[in-house]
Design a protein around this ligand. Structure first.
Ligand code: C2O
Ligand code: CU
Ligand code: CU
Length: 534
């Protein structure tokens, strides 16, 4: 593939600190594979069996400032992860040349991973491995944040099934800003079950990170320019980037592709569709493959969520992925009128957008039919939950000018009584979005706001959605786009909606986070600890 996403031409230029060393290590992992992402092949070639005893992959990962070409003209200062393999297969890291995005890990189920994080940023940071089932100390809780100049050693074994997970910073109240300036990367896990399917792999397996950004006249990214407004709605840019580049054109071959999409935006929600109305064929969600492919006219993708599509380009010349219009909330009732609320982004959540164009070129690998059986998913059953009749309920509401969970905001070490669960238990958790629903007594403000709720350390199953009748009309613009058939770690909860999930706390005792993945909501306190006790 000769997509502009993977050009070798644009080298990441490092500004300031340790430029020599870092540039070298960045180049060190820019194997032929990066220009031609054959790197994926090594892990997805049938016959290579992941083994729990395979040697550890040891990676040096530095968070540092850099500049990259994004728009025409001046390069953009960014914050990025530069990585190199210290020990293990070089193709375990795939670098997106010239992008601020961090490396793509390509690892196997059962593999031991050691990451040496070095903080060369001017602020504290820590990495959270979104979606991974790992111990508390490895999970990037803000209390583990390291100061500038310091290091943190990660060491964990990949317990997750095949799927696309990701990593991003999680320092106290700085997550939104650090992710916005570029710190994020993908963590793709393969396993035997998946390898046996013969899904499109190598150059036919394309990870695509969708983000929105706002630039000033000097091509610098600007953040939180609308003050309180941005904090309430979340920060929204007006330029769509895919893998860190605008106006993306994917040059593909006439063949079938696996498109792995991550919404890496701070707060923008996408209603993804093929522009010509071709239904989307969905094969995976946050926690990996579905049991069978499903089709949707459109798919909702909120911040933090992933969805994987299968698409046969062999019978067409081009395609365009767009985000369709929907009512994205953020409008306020009560005393503050729409005019004041409209003072934020020029492109509020829910406006139609172009995401990327696909240009189909020469003939590629012959298309093998998509298997109708992709994996098996053991269904959690409501009757097996310890609290099936009495869901643990989390009310999302606005208090004062901030969004809260059960009336609380984040406290570094606090765990409330209703935030303690037992190791091994299967529970029902219910997220109830009361915002805009006559949340009652707020006085000033009654804002309708979607919240993508995320739990650390687990994968869950969505079992029930209910919508308040007053919100039915706007809900119908999005509700056919949820993919609840598979494993999830982030679930979009629309205004007036309650969502029940079944979750088993099966791996580790410890303190983990749950929060809204609208990163401005999170940083403003819409996050809490929960504790798993053995
Ligand atoms: Cu991607 Cu705490 O989350
Ligand atoms: Cu997470
Ligand atoms: Cu939120």
């Amino acid at each position: 593939m000769t997509s502009k996403l993977f050009t070798r031409r644009d080298f990441l230029k490092l500004a300031g600190v340790g430029a020599g060393t870092l540039a070298l290590s960045a180049c060190g992992v820019t194997l032929p594979a990066a220009a031609d992402p054959q790197t994926g092949v090594a892990v997805s070639t049938p016959g290579i069996t992941p083994s729990p005893t395979s040697p550890a992959l040891i990676v040096d990962l530095t968070a540092a400032r850099a500049t990259v070409p994004i728009l025409s003209g001046a390069e953009t200062p960014v914050w990025g992860y530069q990585a190199s393999v210290r020990e293990g297969a070089a193709e375990s890291l795939q670098v997106l040349d010239g992008s601020y995005l961090g490396p793509i890990f390509r690892v196997k189920h059962g593999q031991r991973i050691q990451v040496k994080l070095k903080n060369e940023l001017p602020d504290p940071t820590i990495i959270h491995w979104h979606g991974l089932r790992i111990p508390e100390e490895m999970d990037g809780h803000p209390r583990y944040a390291i100061a500038p100049g310091k290091t943190f050693d990660y060491d964990f074994t990949v317990q997750n099934r095949a799927g696309m997970y990701w990593f991003h910073p999680h320092p106290h109240q700085l997550t939104g800003q650090q992710a916005y300036y570029g710190l994020a990367g993908l963590f793709i896990v393969s396993d035997d079950e998946e390898n046996a399917l013969g899904l499109p792999s190598g150059e036919y397996d394309l990870p695509l990170v969708i983000q929105d950004r706002l630039f000033d006249a000097a091509n610098r990214m600007v953040y939180m320019v609308n003050g309180m407004m941005d904090q309430m709605t979340g920060f929204l840019g007006d330029t769509i980037l895919v893998n860190g580049k605008p106006d993306t054109i994917l040059d593909v071959k006439a063949s079938a592709y696996r498109l792995r999409l991550l919404n890496g935006s701070n707060s923008r929600i996408y209603k993804l569709a093929w522009q010509d109305g071709t239904p989307l064929t969905v094969i995976a969600t946050d926690g990996g493959l579905l049991e069978t492919p499903v089709t949707r006219d459109y798919v909702m993708l909120a911040p933090g969520e992933r969805v994987e599509l299968w698409m046969d380009f062999s019978t067409r010349n081009d395609a365009k992925l767009v985000s369709l219009a929907f009512d994205g909330g953020g409008s306020a009732g009560g005393m503050m009128g729409g005019g004041m609320m409209g003072g934020g982004s020029t492109l509020p959540n829910g406006v139609p957008l172009d995401i990327l164009r696909v240009r189909v070129g020469e003939k590629g690998e012959p298309v093998s039919p998509l298997p109708q059986r992709l994996s098996s998913i053991a269904r959690h059953r409501m009757e097996d939950a310890v609290n099936g009749k009495n869901p643990r309920s989390f009310t999302l509401a606005m208090q004062g000018m901030i969004h809260t969970i059960n009336g609380r905001v984040f406290e570094m070490d606090a765990v409330a009584n209703d935030e303690i669960v037992r190791l091994g238990d299967l529970e029902v958790w219910e997220f109830v979005n009361l915002e805009g629903g006559g949340g009652g007594g707020m006085g000033m403000m009654n804002m309708e706001m979607p919240h993508p709720m995320h739990m650390h350390g687990v994968q869950f199953q969505v079992v029930e959605r209910q919508i308040d009748r007053n919100f039915r009309k706007q809900y119908e613009q999005v509700s056919a786009g949820f993919v609840d058939e598979g494993w999830k770690d982030t679930v979009l909860v629309m205004p007036g909606e309650s969502v029940k999930v079944l979750v088993r706390f099966e791996d580790f005792a410890g303190t983990f986070l749950y929060h809204c993945h609208n990163l401005e909501h999170e940083d403003a306190g819409m996050m809490r600890n929960y504790r798993v006790e053995s």
